[in-house]
Design a binder for this molecule. Structure first.
Ligand code: CTP
Length: 400
């Protein structure tokens, strides 16, 4: 089988060096990558590096190898074009259809999915010109990854950093796997909760659970690759931020509720993949709880936590909002799932069987998605991304 053909466009920003890692991940995972830098990109990383890492010739201009008509052929033959970093200038040229070098020509001739990973100073990102260009590119079907927040060139910090190349690679993988040029969640805001809450007993101890957060992160990542604006409310996960996703870290169930309710106010869909503690200790000991010689330990008194899924299902922040829950069951999986779906009042419930060695922390998952309309969608054993895509298929159907 032919290797999937990827064009890696690199424009002139300091983050160009990070594209080397993206290139390495793409080639090592079996993609045939043609790097097309802009002239300015070569100020940051030279052509020899791109050529050596990709194993392909590198050119910035349409005037090299003219007999091969590269300004048309490279774009026509691509299965994916990813521009990382995409500068304000490259976004502007792409939005306006300018074609004054090999990369911009390639963008005009490509009919495959296109991903832009912008990186620039915050002021340039926030400028209405850039924002309108981004909106234009998204409207036409490109996936434009939101920049990350953090350290920029020099002493500045703010929004505009290129996300982690490993996470841009994940977006590319998801977009390539779907192969569609019309991202079906574009213009949508989705909220995903992930991980497991921790309910503190004292400054060093908590009641927690075994959720790794991987399924929630897979949901966030796949939604971003399908064009959605994503808020990920993450409870104690320690996982790297998915590219283009707004991550809100939380600790307890009460904090998770606050963050989810706030983000849900303008959301089209809310997916509660987090394992939320049903109870928390009634009292929090300000100092470490000590054992006392010859005395039995004090019992821990628990109080109920809010049921977030039931609450957002009952009070939809906007009409047509789709609410999805997860059910972790050990016995009578489907029957318990149906009862839980009715009790929680959500639209979809992803039911999976859990146990010591099942689901928690694993890379793969298997589930049945139950619909309030009586539907039942089995998802065979496979990567957590595959289950995530099935959930978004069902959500997208309900949003239409
Ligand atoms: N959930 C929630 N708030 C809680 C508990 C759970 O929003 N206080 C959500 C979870 O995020 C998940 C769903 O409810 O989407 C089901 O969680 P699960 O633990 O399986 O259900 P419980 O309501 O806790 O029911 P039980 O423990 O009786 O099985």
């Amino acid at each position: 089988m032919d290797k999937p053909k990827v064009v890696l466009g690199v424009s002139g920003g300091i983050a160009a060096y990070k594209a080397c890692e993206l290139l390495r991940r793409l080639t090592e995972s079996g993609h045939d990558v043609r790097v097309v830098p802009t002239g300015s990109a070569l100020h940051f990383v030279g052509a020899a590096t791109w050529s050596a890492l990709s194993g392909n010739p590198v050119s910035t201009e349409v005037w090299d190898d003219v007999h091969e008509v590269p300004h048309v052929r490279i774009g026509q033959g691509a299965d994916l074009v990813v521009v990382a970093p995409a500068t304000a200038d490259t976004l502007a040229k792409a939005a306006h259809g300018l074609a004054d070098d090999l990369l911009t020509n390639t963008l005009l001739t490509a009919r495959c999915p296109v991903v832009f990973a912008p990186a620039m100073h915050t002021e340039m990102w926030e400028h209405p010109a850039t924002q309108e260009n981004v909106a234009t590119l998204r409207r036409r079907g490109a996936v434009v990854i939101e920049p990350a927040v953090g350290r920029l060139t020099g002493v500045d910090t703010g929004k505009g950093r290129l996300p982690d190349p490993a996470e841009i690679f994940e977006v590319c993988r998801r977009v390539l796997a779907r192969g569609v040029t019309e991202p079906d969640l574009r213009g949508r805001h989705v909220v995903v909760s992930a991980g497991g809450t921790r309910e503190p007993l004292d400054p060093v101890r908590f009641l927690g659970n075994r959720s790794s957060g991987k399924q929630g992160y897979a949901l966030a990542r796949t939604a971003a690759a399908r064009g959605a604006r994503v808020t990920l409310v993450a409870a104690n996960t320690g996982l790297p931020d998915p590219a283009g996703v707004d991550v809100v870290p939380v600790g307890t169930a009460v904090q998770l509720r606050e963050a989810v309710v706030k983000a849900a106010a303008d959301a089209d869909a809310v997916v509660m993949a987090a394992a939320v503690a049903d109870f928390r200790p009634a009292v929090y000991a300000a100092g470490k709880i000590k054992k006392k010689d010859g005395q039995e330990p004090e019992p821990i008194v628990l109080v109920r936590n809010p049921d977030i899924l039931a609450e957002i299902s009952a009070d939809r922040a906007r009409p047509g909002q789709v609410v999805v829950g997860f059910a972790a069951e050990t016995d009578d999986v489907l029957a318990n799932g149906r009862t839980k779906l009715a009790r929680k009042g959500c639209d979809l419930l992803v039911v999976n069987e859990v146990g010591e060695r099942k689901t928690f922390g694993a890379e793969e998952n298997e589930a049945v998605v139950l619909g309030a309309d009586g539907s039942e969608t089995p998802v065979p054993h496979g990567p957590k991304e595959a289950l995530a895509d099935t959930v978004w298929d069902l959500v997208a159907e309900r949003l239409r």
